[in-house]
Design a protein around this ligand. Sequence first.
Ligand SMILES: Cc1cc2nc3c(=O)[nH]c(=O)nc-3n(C[C@H](O)[C@H](O)[C@H](O)COP(=O)(O)OP(=O)(O)OC[C@H]3O[C@@H](n4cnc5c(N)ncnc54)[C@H](O)[C@@H]3O)c2cc1C
Length: 399
Amino acid sequence: MVIIVGSGAGGGLLAMELALANIPVTVIEKGPFIKTVDAFKYYDEIHEELDLLKTTCIGGSTLVSAGNAIRAGEDDFKNLGIDLSTEFSEVERLLNVHELDDLHIGNSSKVFMESAKKLGLDPIKMPKYIDEDKCIICGTCAFGCPTDAKWSSKDFVKIAKDNGAEILADTEVTDLIMEEGIIKGVIAINDGKTMELFSDIVILSAGAIDSSIILQRAGINAGDELFFDPFVTVGGILKGAGLNSEVQMTALVKSKNFILSPHFSKIIYDEFKEDGINIEDIFSIMVKIPDESKGFIRDGNITKINSLRDVEYIAEGCATAGFILKESGVDPKNIKSTNIRGAHPGGTAPIGKIVDNNLETKIRGLYVADASVFPKSPGAPPILTILALSKRLSKHIIN
Ligand SMILES: Cc1cc2nc3c(=O)[nH]c(=O)nc-3n(C[C@H](O)[C@H](O)[C@H](O)COP(=O)(O)OP(=O)(O)OC[C@H]3O[C@@H](n4cnc5c(N)ncnc54)[C@H](O)[C@@H]3O)c2cc1C
């Protein structure tokens, strides 16, 4: 039997692959089974000092993803001797990753691409896992897709369940059971009741924050490093842009130190609302950077430091976004920004330090398969890479 803790990007695929291989699987997930459209209600509480976005429910944060699919950090893993090219191709096929058709690329996203091109920035269409036949172009990917047009790990959990996996929702793993350096199982709580579940293989896929907290309780030094791919959204007024109801982030400008993508943020709109500006007149761009892993987790508390290099990268990205906004017709005297936020926590149990190349910890049978194991921040959407890592681990366990 295999116990998988967490059903997000890392856990969902493993549950499906192992169940399809007739391996008995139990998935233990802290959050409930929900309708995807309700996902916005399951965001974790945001702390004023650290704006970190993640959700607690079956499928984890994949339910609120923008549907962006990039081979993030592929070379970083290659440098560690891990070639994920086969697994990337496999998961791209599983999710039907493709560029959206023209109808699903909104007008302001097209304006973004034209302006970026004029500035010599080489924009591309963002690869997505969204089914155009089901997508109603509502712009609410990050709230939870109303038609399930966007893939989420919930889809894989359903396949796992249909193939015999046991799914324990609303159940939180609090500790590990170990004996002489070998994993024996987990301790979990459901509805106030503590239970013990036994297995000689336990895979932590609780996300970079929670997996590291569980590892620390088992005496492993995880959580000494943390990245979260900081981002800001900067924007202004462009009459009739309509970005708010477009599929978000359909275009991409990739630079060494940042990525840019058209992205509506209500925070920007709220800044302009009092001046009588309409929601459809907001035109804004997300600036996201690969940050240094200068964060840490102690006693369940998260600390994240923005290094000088991080701030320089954000400034460089914002300046470039400013040129695109100006080229698109936004008055540069009237550009506003959100605060710094993060939606890709990772790096808390990096390969080579906390797990080996097979994602196993020093406790035999205890693996980590989620964003924790990234060696450094990819500064780009990590789901495809997490799925590729899980696919690779599933083969290791099955064989
Ligand atoms: C708004 C938003 C948009 C995003 N868009 C994209 C995108 O377009 N493309 C992309 O690649 N990435 C995107 N991301 C990032 C991506 O969703 C995450 O990086 C990814 O889901 C992380 O995968 P994971 O397996 O590490 O953790 P998660 O997907 O967060 O899964 C962890 C799971 O473990 C559960 N859990 C936690 N603690 C416990 C416990 N103690 N016991 C049991 N269960 C537990 C959680 O409830 C959760 O279900 C986005 C994120 C956000 C917030």
